[in-house]
Ligand binder design. Structure first.
Ligand SMILES: NC(=O)c1ccc[n+]([C@@H]2O[C@H](COP(=O)([O-])OP(=O)(O)OC[C@H]3O[C@@H](n4cnc5c(N)ncnc54)[C@H](O)[C@@H]3O)[C@@H](O)[C@H]2O)c1
Length: 253
């Protein structure tokens, strides 16, 4: 029970890595605030946690919207002071540079970066007051390009956004160090989530030379729980001397 007595907010907790993270942090004793836009997914995870006897709070919200994030912060306060924030929401639209629209570009930056900015800004004051906080942001192997991304062209907006996460966590780690708040990132490689998994496996089944399963040294997709374990570590007291760092969970590349 490494997180007993802590309140943790996980954005995008309805599916994939966010869901696995919410379950993992709850297993370690955290009271988890599930921040999710999709109400059906939110209700599923809420029910899973309640059935397991884990206290949690489900908040339907859009973390790219300032007003909605203010409501999330207000709702979360009912569980007590928030000491862990997992900025998990991210993603965007793919396309070759000449096909990308301004709307595609802006959507990717909004989903991946504005969400992190709004949630972090909302929860830092409370962490600062108590001189303790753990902020973990989801990055991606795509921030540097990965070998299998050499095949998957069209990720310039997404890669830019995830490289932006590096700048965000490194600058904030310095800014918040004297407040006892650490800021780190976890960068997954190809992960077998409900949405990405089938697409990633199909690249392999189709015999593509640069499929992630072929090009990753561990020769398999990662699981959402393996990513959640890394988030858990950076959210725990054991990571007390780690800040401004990105932990790769990429199967070796
Ligand atoms: N799955 C992968 O292979 C992989 C690899 C590298 C990085 N990542 C990163 O990990 C994170 C999670 O990825 P995933 O594949 O689990 O995501 P996903 O798309 O499977 O799930 C994201 C969840 O967030 C919710 N959501 C989306 N927009 C929201 C918003 N504005 N407000 C609130 N909730 C919102 C969705 O409804 C969904 O439940 C992302 O930042 C992604 O870029 C994933």
């Amino acid at each position: 029970m490494r997180l007993a007595g802590r309140v943790a907010v996980v954005t995008g907790a309805g599916l994939g890595i966010g869901k696995a993270t919410a379950l993992r942090l709850a297993e370690e004793g955290a009271q988890v605030v599930l921040a999710e836009r999709d109400e059906a997914r939110l209700a599923d995870v809420d029910a899973l946690l309640h059935d397991a006897g884990r206290p949690c709070l489900a908040v339907a919200c859009d973390v790219t919207d300032e007003r909605s994030v203010a409501n999330l912060a207000e709702a979360a306060a009912s569980l007590g002071p928030v000491s862990i924030l997992v900025n998990n929401v991210g993603g965007g639209r793919s396309g070759r540079i000449t096909d990308l629209t301004v709307a595609d570009w802006d959507h990717t930056m909004t989903l991946s970066l504005r969400s992190m900015f709004l949630c972090t800004r909302a929860f830092v004051p409370g962490m600062r007051e108590r001189g303790y906080g753990r902020i973990v942001c989801l990055s991606s192997g795509a921030r540097n390009g990965t070998v299998w991304n050499a095949f998957h062209v069209g990720a310039s907006a997404y890669s830019t956004a995830k490289a932006g996460v590096t700048g965000f966590i490194r600058a904030l780690a310095i800014e918040l160090a004297d407040d006892g708040i650490t800021v780190n990132a976890v960068a997954p490689g190809p992960i077998d989530t409900e949405l990405a998994g089938p697409y990633l496996r199909k690249m392999h089944e189709d015999g593509l030379e640069y499929s992630p399963i072929r090009m990753t040294p561990l020769h398999r997709l990662g699981t959402a729980r393996e990513v959640a374990d890394a988030v858990l570590f950076l959210s725990s007291d054991e990571a007390s001397y780690i800040t401004g760092t990105t932990l790769d969970v990429t199967g070796g590349r």
